[in-house]
Every structure is written in C-alpha cells, then in structure tokens.
Design a protein around this ligand. Structure first.
Ligand SMILES: *[C@@H]1O[C@H](CO)[C@@H](O)[C@H](O)[C@H]1NC(C)=O
Ligand SMILES: [Cu+2]
Length: 479
C-alpha cells in the first residue's frame, strides 16, 4: 500500500469514529461491540418468553452487531477475512436456556449457533437440546416444526410416536437413538422410579431456519396453552361437534408440559416393549441401539458409529451420523479429521480436554499481509455437559483424564460419504504418502519421516500424554 494512501485511510477512519463518538449514533459511544452484542443477547433472554422470540431477538442483536462492525471496517479488507479472537466452538451448561421447566424436569436448548459466531453458519439450521426428566415424569403430547434425533444418555424411558397410519411405542435406554419425524405427535416417559432420564436431542427445523417450537395439543400448563385454544369457540364447536362448556372444561385442566405419572400408568405404558426389540441395525422402526458393536475397539477406547448409509430410515434424509467415542481413562482419541462432516459433540461422562487446529480463529491483532498458512490451537477443558463443535477438515484430538473414561456423543452433520482421516497411528495420512512425496514435503529422508510417523500401530485410540490433566465432573444441565 502506498504511504499516502494509508495516511488517507487512517484519516478517514479517524473521521468516522469522531463522528460516531460525538453523535452517539451507536448508543453507547466507543462501547466494545462484542460486549454490546453479549449484553443485547442476554437482555433478549431475560425479556422475551418463547424460544422463538428469544432467538429472533438474539438474531437482531447479531445483525446490529454485524452492521456496526461492517461500518467500522468499511475501509478494510474483504468480509471473508474477518477474524475472531475468542473460541466460538465450546458451549457449557450455562449456555442452555430453558424452554420448558417444571418440578418434574426440564428441556434446555442452545441458542441458534450463528448467534454465537458466523463461523458456525455451516450448522445454522441445526439446534441442540437436552431433556432432563425426573423419575416417573411424563412429557405431554406435542409435535415440533423440526426433524429430531434423540439419544438416550442415561436412564430408562418409553416413547410413543404417532405416524400417519400407526402408533409406535417402545422402551428406550442408554445407547438408544430415536428418529422423530417433524410434526409427528410424540410423548415420552421416564419409567424409572429412582434414576433421571437424560436425552440429547438434535433438531433440524423445517419451518424457520434455526428456529423450532413445540406445539402442545393439551395445555402446556402454567401459562402454556393448547394450540386448540387459539381457535374460536364457534369453530371448535363445529369442528369437534362438541359444545363449548365441555371444551372449556377440558382445556381449563392445565396439567403442564411435564407431569408426574403413577406407577400403574408407567407400568401400562411400558408393557412388553423391549428396547429396540427385534430391530437389527438398518431395519425399519424409528429406533436403533448405537452401542451394539464398536467400529473400532482397543485398550484405549471404543468408537461406535451409526452412518446415514446404514441407518437409512432414521438418518439418511437428515444426512446425519451418530457416533460415540468412549476414551479409556489416561488415553486419547485422534488426532484425525472428518472429510465432510461437522461434529456437534456432547460430553456424556468423564472429563479431559480437546485440542483442534483452526485456520479461522486467531489471537492478537490483524495478521500480516503475507499469505501463509497458520493454525490456531483451539483448546478447552471437557466435562460432563460440555458441547463442542468440530468443523469438517479440522484436525482434532481428545484426551481423557487419568481418573475416568471420557465418553463423547457426536451428531455429525453432512455425513453422507464422510471419511475419517487419521493423523496418527495405523494408516495415518503421512505414513501413507509415497516415499518421494515424504522426502519432498518434509525435506528429510523418508526413513526419518517413517521413524516419526510409523511408530504407533494402534488405530484412533492411543495412550494419552504423560501427566494427563485432571478435572471435576459436573452436573449435566444445571441452572
Ligand atoms: C464407557 O466405557 C466404560 C468402561 O467400559 C463403561 O463403564 C461406560 O459405561 C461407557 N460409557 C458409555 C457412555 O458408553
Ligand atoms: Cu476453523
């Protein structure tokens, strides 16, 4: 850049900020836009009631933030070079907001991923929720404007789904995954009298991208209504051939979205339905057991995998894979990367940490002009309930603490034809290079490359770093 030009630019920028500071056009002059964004979004959570309202409000905050930032950067480079200096890939229990909450349980959801960062716009139309049900709790019938896949992380339940021409009911327990089609009326019970039921739920909205709402047929309880109540009495009387007094009586008994069932009711709702009974993987039915046979298994861990190619009925149209990595204590998984799939990962049990190479996030000030590859180390502690995102192509590794196994559930988006490329161990990508390519790429003899990359014969799971880190487990979704 010519000196005169940069001086002109600087002047120009200074002028812009002067105008802004004096007119106070942006509200609080000179406020840190990141801080303003966070404040604005947390105000939304306090002010707005429905999940959708909250989410829309948060989106408006982000739009405002992007607009401001855009104006601030008017004279700078292309938008694609925008940089982030925080870690947008990790969410903790506090980031979940309650959609439904009662003394019997809770449904919490993460805000739309793009509310956090534009770097997550590849999974913009996916939402993550966690259902926590106390013993004997029942979620009353509802449907949602989203396709869902549920994973039972802990406990024993029973679920019923109404399809077009049949009603499907089955018991579910740890390791079961269930596909619930968009719009299908569903209800769910924790059939255990002691243990909580934890379900992790991935949603893909079918109506508004990144927004999903429950529709309750009976009253949701408290302030929640039945969608029937939105209609006028005349219309309902005519449609149901029932008089208004009877209807008023039914809809005035608000039970709540999560209620407690009696032992007898549970008994009769879970009769003779073995979990995943008679269902080989890939067979018809909404449910399958993820934990039947590991894809990879050695002393350092096990990997279970349900691919869209194999579980067509449940996963194909969502282009989704469900995987579970159970890393033995003191061991590690990876490094590896996914060719196409982006992982939405949830820590089910144990603790440890993960590290990921990311070219998008950088520390410090603007990068220099030279075009050289540089990868930021994204790193975070992991504990029960931590959610972290691993975009496609990004090399990642996870390490379990010395004390406990680290179990990580992943919903993998864009999974059809995905390949896991190992970066260490048997068949790692460097080991598989031709001799000449090794020498040309590393500038040393290929035997030296082999000495570095050819030692580990295990696959995917290895002994962890010495002096592994330790941490404390935490409650799942605590608020
Ligand atoms: C992980 O493996 C351990 C040891 O085999 C087992 O006790 C635990 O239940 C597993 N966790 C999950 C979530 O499968
Ligand atoms: Cu990145």
């Amino acid at each position: 850049m010519k000196p005169s030009l940069s001086v002109a630019l600087l002047l120009c920028l200074a002028l812009v900020s002067l105008v802004v500071a004096t007119t106070g056009e942006w509200g609080v002059p000179n406020a840190d836009p990141e801080k303003k964004l966070r404040q604005c979004q947390s105000d939304c959570d306090k002010r707005e009631r429905g999940q959708q309202q909250k989410s829309l409000c948060r989106s408006r905050c982000r739009q405002e933030y992007e607009r401001e930032k855009g104006e601030g950067n008017k004279h700078e480079d292309k938008e694609e070079e925008k940089e982030e200096d925080e870690n947008p890939y990790v969410f903790e229990s506090e980031d979940f907001t309650s959609i439904v909450k009662s003394q019997h349980g809770r449904i919490g959801a993460l805000p739309k991923f793009t509310d956090r960062s534009w770097l997550l716009r590849g999974i913009e139309n996916h939402l993550l929720a966690i259902i926590e049900l106390n013993p004997q709790a029942f979620i009353t019938p509802f449907h949602a404007d989203a396709d869902c896949v549920l994973f039972v992380a802990q406990g024993r339940g029973a679920i019923t789904i109404l399809h077009e021409d049949n009603r499907e009911s089955f018991n579910i327990e740890q390791g079961n995954a269930v596909r619930v089609p968009a719009g299908a009326p569903t209800y769910l019970i924790n059939r255990d009298v002691n243990q909580k039921l934890y379900i992790i739920k991935l949603l893909r909205p079918v109506n508004l991208p990144g927004h999903a709402e429950p529709f309750h047929s009976a009253g949701g309880g408290g302030q929640d209504e039945s969608f029937y109540e939105a209609f006028s009495w005349e219309l309902l009387e005519a449609a149901l051939k029932t008089d208004r007094r009877r209807l008023e009586k039914i809809f005035s008994q608000k039970q709540g979205a999560i209620v407690k069932a009696s032992k007898e009711q549970i008994q009769s709702m879970s009769q003779g339905r073995a979990p995943g009974e008679g269902q080989a993987p890939g067979k018809a039915g909404s449910s399958f057991n993820l934990l039947t046979s590991p894809k990879i298994s050695n002393n350092h861990g096990k990997l279970f995998e349900a691919k869209p190619e194999e579980h067509k009925q449940q996963l194909q149209d969502l282009d989704l894979a469900v995987t579970l990595a159970n890393i033995t204590r003191g061991s590690m998984l990876g490094p590896f990367y996914n060719s196409k799939a982006t992982k939405i990962s949830v820590v089910l049990e144990g603790e440890g940490y993960f590290e990921m190479a990311c070219p998008h996030v950088r520390r410090g000030n603007r990068k220099s002009e030279e075009q050289r590859a540089s990868y930021h180390k994204v790193r975070s502690e992991l504990k029960q309930g931590t959610v972290f995102i691993v975009p496609a192509g990004h090399p990642v590794a996870a390490v379990a603490s010395e004390n406990n196994n680290l179990a990580i559930l992943c919903f993998e988006v864009n999974a059809w034809d995905n390949t896991r490329y190992p970066l260490a161990g048997k068949n790692n990508v460097v080991k598989r290079l031709e001799r000449e390519a090794k020498e040309l790429a590393f500038g040393v003899k290929s035997t030296e490359v082999d000495q570095a990359f050819g030692n580990e014969e295990d696959e995917m799971f290895f002994p962890g770093p010495k002096g592994g880190r330790q941490g404390q487990g935490d409650l799942f979704v605590s608020e």
